[in-house]
Design a protein around this ligand. Structure first.
Ligand code: 13P
Length: 254
């Protein structure tokens, strides 16, 4: 049985006070929920990680980073290492979010270095994959996602890959209000799980958590989560409101 995992990617939003208030509101709200049944994480902007970790201390909310660099230290102006993230209390880290692929130009090769560095550095990476609208329309979804998963996990042995969560986020559904239908999402999730079984083995595939992301809201979370290969969510906009994020978390433990 895979434990559901719901995470909030704050992207480049909020300020320090908003961040603290959001965590305080969420921690309070989560007291009505059996949080033993779900893993919960938030990914704040780097500069607020420290205060979010402190505010989240006695709550079930783990903290992660939206990005990092694969080298451990040195002359890499502007970059942040896995050691630094661990030093301030991060447990998780995103790798290859579609905005980093398509806005910041990250390649599959760079993303693979980050996934590998996260694991070596003791962070739990979430590898994000997903197709663009034109790729879906050209019926290339499967090829694109297979390629991103294969390249993202390249060189990782079975014992290492168990630290990875996958997140399927169709780019056309991110921040657009257009959600993949539960069946569209399920089809891709099942395809990814089959690929993991081929690359590793059935046990690894059965244990791998695959989150869905892309306009997840309180009113669609339960139906999406009803699909057998959807193990939780990577939430953008709705994770910025304590009440909405709590409702999405509640939807996976019903
Ligand atoms: P939205 O939930 O705002 O569509 O964002 C999804 C996402 O990109 C999470 O990483």
């Amino acid at each position: 049985m895979r434990k559901p995992f719901v995470a909030g990617n704050w992207k480049m939003n909020l300020n320090k006070l908003d961040s603290i208030e959001l965590i305080e509101g969420l921690s309070q709200g989560l007291k009505d929920i059996d949080t033993e049944k779900v893993d919960i994480a938030v990914y704040p902007p780097f500069v607020y990680i420290d205060s979010v970790v402190n505010t989240a201390k006695s709550s079930p909310i783990a903290v992660g980073a939206q990005d990092f660099y694969f080298e451990s230290n040195g002359a890499f102006t502007g970059e942040i290492s896995t050691d630094m993230l661990k030093d301030v209390g991060c447990i998780h880290a995103l790798c290859g979010h579609s905005e980093r692929r398509h806005v910041l130009g990250e390649s599959d090769e760079l993303i693979n270095k980050k996934v590998t560095a996260a694991i070596l550095g003791g962070l739990l990476p979430t590898l994000c994959v997903g197709e663009l609208l034109e790729e879906r329309q050209a019926e290339k979804t499967e090829d694109i996602v297979i390629n991103q998963v294969k390249k993202g996990l390249e060189g990782l042995a079975k014992e290492k890959v168990s630290a990875v969560t996958l997140a399927y986020e169709p780019v056309w559904a991110i921040g657009t209000g257009l959600t993949a239908t539960p069946q569209q999402a399920q089809d891709v999730h099942a395809m990814i799980r089959k690929l993991i079984a081929e690359l590793y083995d059935q046990q690894t595939a059965d244990q791998m958590r695959i989150q869905y992301g892309g306009s997840v809201k309180p009113n669609n979370a339960e139906e999406l989560f009803g699909k057998p290969d959807i193990d939780g969510f990577l939430v953008g906009g709705a994770s910025l409101k304590a009440e909405d994020f709590k409702a999405i978390i509640a939807a996976v433990i019903k």
